[in-house]
Design a protein around this ligand. Structure first.
Ligand SMILES: [Zn+2]
Length: 150
């Protein structure tokens, strides 16, 4: 949230708590992990992004929720993904973690398949080398024969 100094939208923050989701019931309370319900000094309630230094506010929690994505690393561009050590896993949902694990498994099997192809190509190259040498030798012999005939 924005209020390291206790001020949001120019007003003093009286209190704040995690905002309840639309699925929350009195028997089964559910809260957004990244949206705060903030009571301001003038009695108004705003919903604020939980991330540090972020002043994004809306009049409803569901209005803030889509915004929180901007604080997270992109998951749909593997080539641009940060190194594993840089990923803050605590900021990821279980679904995102599962997705990442699935991606990792797929990359591993892709890599294994590529390594198999590579070793097959190396084997074939090894078999071709002696034949190539023989062919070169034969070509040399033919050239020499032609030169001699000319
Ligand atoms: Zn934010």
């Amino acid at each position: 949230m924005a209020t390291t100094n206790g001020i949001l939208n120019g007003l003093k923050v009286e209190s704040f708590d995690f905002a309840e989701t639309p699925r929350s019931t009195p028997e089964d309370r559910r809260y957004y992990k990244e949206v705060l319900e903030v009571l301001l000094e003038d009695g108004s309630v705003v919903y604020n992004c939980v991330w540090p230094e972020c002043e994004f506010t809306r009049s409803s929690a569901s209005g803030v929720w889509p915004h929180t994505k901007v604080h997270k690393p992109q998951t749909d561009t593997p080539s641009k993904a940060p190194a594993p050590a840089e990923i803050d896993v605590t900021a990821l949902t279980i679904a995102e973690l599962v997705e990442r694990a699935q991606h990792a498994t797929r990359y591993r099997s892709d890599r294994d398949a590529a390594l198999k192809k590579l070793s097959k190509a190396e084997r074939e190259l090894g078999e071709l080398k002696p034949r190539l040498r023989k062919a070169e030798q034969a070509l040399k012999t033919i050239r020499t024969a032609f030169t001699a005939a000319a």
